[in-house]
Design a protein around this ligand. Structure first.
Ligand code: AHG
Ligand code: MN
Ligand code: MN
Length: 342
């Protein structure tokens, strides 16, 4: 029989919770006020509420369309608006943000004047891949945080939202899949947490995610082949054909950027949504899809390009701006760039 003793934190039997991870980070930054940690806790709470509702989607009679379209002209499913409203109402009264931007809301979302106007700017895609809801496939929430550039204490502005991705101070996503996972980064390294529904907490399960330099998977909607320009067609022809230097890459496409990029972060390879004759500027949105995911991919050692420029260097002009997206393992993105640079 062994006699137990109270040991140091590193032998904690409970593992590292997301809250503990955030507090450890805050303690390492003497200038930190706790605002960032507070905002993150509100986002986490919103994601738990969304996860709970998503897991009951088939039961609660909330599947289907609201009958409305979002600002992109796409049909909005009820869970999209539920997720949007959950994030807004969880965050707006917390005193940490001054303005928000969401895929589902055409204009900047102000913080009501009865609440403090905080120092951060939050952008989000409340549910990414919402076409997957009705077939019980993975979906997710994507978000980024900037520091405000407008004067402290005043309502936030559109300019606060139109900051380049390189000025993001933290970004993350939650993927609602066979388990629910939250991955976040504050710029160097990315850490992944798996949700334990019995406890109601995210626990560190994937510390310091590093994307492999090269993968063996390409992820693209190949049904658009005949709408692509010849550079993209040639690249896809090349990547799926074995030659003396490489095997054929395998194709995987979930149809939710958040889930396709989650796999890409862990396994390597490349995710692409190029421009095509229908989507001349690409389909994915710069501010709340491409930028947060590019920030995470780069933080994990990957690369993210629009085919010409680093995504994080694009200066946004509009809240719902679209961009072509090529991101993943650095060597796989470099190969792609050789084709589109022809
Ligand atoms: P959302 O559900 O937020 O509108 O995003 C869907 C996006 C993205 O997640 C995915 O990569 C892409 O649309 C899939 O588009 P296609 O169906 O055109 O391949
Ligand atoms: Mn999306
Ligand atoms: Mn969405």
């Amino acid at each position: 029989m062994t006699v137990g003793s109270i040991g140091p934190a590193e032998v904690s039997p409970i593992g590292t919770t997301l809250e503990r991870h955030l507090l450890d980070r805050q303690r390492r930054m003497p200038e930190a006020t706790g605002d960032f940690t507070g905002l993150f806790q509100q986002i986490t709470l919103a994601s738990k509420i969304i996860a709970s509702r998503v897991s009951k989607a088939g039961l609660s009679g909330i599947l289907g369309l609201t009958g409305k379209t979002n600002v992109q002209g796409e049909a909005v499913q009820k869970l999209d608006m539920f997720a949007n409203n959950t994030i807004v109402s969880t965050v707006e009264a917390g005193g940490h943000v001054c303005v928000m931007g969401s895929e589902e809301i055409e204009q900047p979302i102000p913080v009501p004047i009865q609440y403090p106007q905080g120092k951060y700017v939050l952008q989000f895609d409340p549910l990414d891949g919402s076409g997957n809801i009705d077939i019980n496939a993975s979906i997710g929430t994507i978000f980024s945080i900037h520091r405000r550039i407008s004067p402290d204490g005043t309502p936030g502005t559109l300019e606060d939202l139109l900051q380049p991705g390189r000025d993001i101070i933290a970004a993350g996503y939650v993927v609602y899949g066979s388990s629910n996972m939250l991955v976040y980064s504050t710029g160097v390294g990315a850490d992944g947490f798996t949700y334990d529904p019995g406890v109601g907490e995210f626990f560190l399960s994937h510390p310091d995610i590093r994307i492999p330099d090269r993968g063996a998977i390409y992820s693209i909607n190949e049904g658009n082949y005949h709408n692509w320009d010849e550079h993209i067609q040639r690249w896809v022809d090349w990547i799926k054909t074995p030659n003396e230097n490489k095997k054929a890459y395998r194709l995987r496409y979930i149809g939710a950027m958040v889930a396709d990029l989650h796999r890409t972060l862990l396994r390597g390879g490349i995710f692409a949504y190029p421009q095509d004759v229908k989507n001349r500027k690409g389909k994915l949105r710069l501010l709340y899809e491409a930028n947060p995911m590019a920030f995470l991919v780069e933080a994990a050692g990957g690369a993210a390009s629009d085919g010409k420029n680093r995504i994080l260097d694009i200066k946004p002009k509009e809240l719902h701006q679209r961009t072509p997206v090529f991101m993943g393992s650095p060597s796989d993105v470099a190969d792609l760039l050789r084709f589109v640079g022809d």
